[in-house]
Design a protein around this ligand. Structure first.
Ligand SMILES: C[S@@+](CC[C@H](N)C(=O)[O-])C[C@H]1O[C@@H](n2cnc3c(N)ncnc32)[C@H](O)[C@@H]1O
Length: 248
């Protein structure tokens, strides 16, 4: 086997693009305030850079996170803690979680702002022979998704957003959840080191952030957490939340 076949360029390319984008976003974040560029324009620029990254990744490569349905979600469904219901995947990306849920009898909607993700989702659902609804929408101004869902799932979308957009995301989540709705949320989570600070805002959550943002509206169970500073990304957490209200 030669070096070319042992080296997985399919995975390396999106990673390479991501590293360049994160360095670029760090530089933009530091330099634009110095240059007096309005934060509104800076944020719009960063957001469209991220969207392009996802569109290129889904249409040209196999994303590094294209690894099938996620462990915690599978466990929760297979153990019966989460039963088939009306579900939405926020930032459905590769659609692995949507396809898994549809195979288990859930009525699934996947939403993603990247057109290529929506296309990929439809293709993957058709290949798997399941029905799932895919909608292209931005979770911060959310215009095309309506109604409430019994289960919300987010693997790695909230932590992509800037703090101001995390607030808008939360407002939309509250519209999509009814009292008693469950929310399985996976995010990168660790205390940033000084050199990570310039780009940390669109990469991970700080410990305590999920409780601070979601605690007033959800009962929160930390379902899993791991932090290891010898690795990068250094950690993640998975939360199983239940919307507060008359049924809880
Ligand atoms: C790290 S990927 C994870 C994808 C998917 N959850 C998975 O596990 O395969 C984050 C996803 O969120 C989507 N995303 C990021 N910001 C978004 C936004 N503001 N509105 C909708 N989707 C967004 C991206 O297009 C991308 O597909």
């Amino acid at each position: 086997m030669n070096a070319q076949t042992t080296f997985n360029f399919q995975w390396l390319s999106p990673l390479g693009i991501a590293v360049v984008l994160f360095l670029l976003s760090g530089a933009i974040n530091i330099l634009t305030p110095i240059a007096g560029i309005k934060s509104r324009w800076r944020e719009a620029g960063l957001m469209s850079m991220m969207k392009s990254f996802y569109n290129i990744t889904y249409s040209r490569f196999r994303a590094p996170w294209d690894i099938g349905p996620r462990k915690e979600l599978v466990e929760l469904v297979e153990s019966g803690r989460i039963q088939p219901c009306k579900a939405i995947d926020l930032g459905s990306g590769t659609a692995s979680n949507c396809v898994f849920l549809a195979q288990r009898g859930f009525d699934v909607t996947g939403v993603d702002y990247a057109a290529a993700a929506v296309e990929l989702g439809r293709k993957r659902a058709a290949e798997a022979g399941v029905t799932a609804n895919f909608i292209q929408d931005d979770l911060t101004p959310l215009r095309h998704v309506t109604g409430t869902f019994d289960l919300l799932v987010d693997y790695g979308t909230l932590d992509d957003l800037k703090p101001s957009n995390r607030e808008l995301y939360l407002r939309n989540v509250l519209l999509l959840a009814r009292p008693g709705s469950r929310f399985v949320l996976y995010c990168f989570e660790w205390t940033p080191r000084w050199w990570e600070r310039p780009f940390f805002f669109s990469l991970a959550c700080e410990p305590g952030e999920i409780e601070r943002r979601f605690g007033p509206h959800f009962h929160i169970e930390c379902y899993g957490r791991q932090v290891d500073y010898s690795r990068w990304p250094a950690g993640y957490a998975v939360y199983l939340m239940t919307r507060k209200g008359w049924t809880t």
